[in-house]
Write a new protein. Structure first.
Ligand code: CO
Length: 134
């Protein structure tokens, strides 16, 4: 059911510093920052030949990654995103298998303008999983 790895997301306390690290030290192509108020994050995407890295910085007081950074002050891997062809079909299959979908269970529009869902890390070997319909 899942397809390509779309991106790996890393939460960072300082997006500018994280972007500079990837651009200057690691020599990667880094996008301009994009604020996603409905997700409570500001993101940059790092384009790699075979996938992307998403750096996330908290945006606003209720950011879902603020708590994560409290426990990981230097930053850390936050989620991985797999591509699916049909997000509603994937959601039904996973719910039938007993997996928990986060939030109200409705897909939301993610950073690429495509519908996304998040799956409970306790149901996926301790890793927060994002599904993106491509
Ligand atoms: Co993501």
């Amino acid at each position: 059911m899942i397809g390509r790895l779309n991106h790996v997301a890393i939460a960072v306390p300082d997006l500018q510093a994280g972007a500079a690290l990837y651009r200057e030290t690691l020599g990667a192509t880094v996008s301009a920052p994009q604020a996603l108020p409905e997700h409570g994050v500001t993101v940059v995407f790092i384009e790699l030949p075979n996938t992307k890295i998403e750096l996330l910085e908290p945006l606003g007081p209720d950011s879902p990654i603020a708590k994560f950074l409290d426990g990981n002050p230097a930053g850390g891997m936050h989620h991985i995103c797999y591509e699916v062809d049909d997000i509603l079909e994937a959601r039904e299959k996973l719910k039938n298998a007993g997996a928990r979908v986060l939030g109200d269970g409705q897909p939301r529009i993610g950073a690429h303008g495509k519908p996304v869902l998040f799956l409970h890390p306790k149901d996926f070997t301790g890793t927060l999983v994002e599904l993106e319909q491509v």
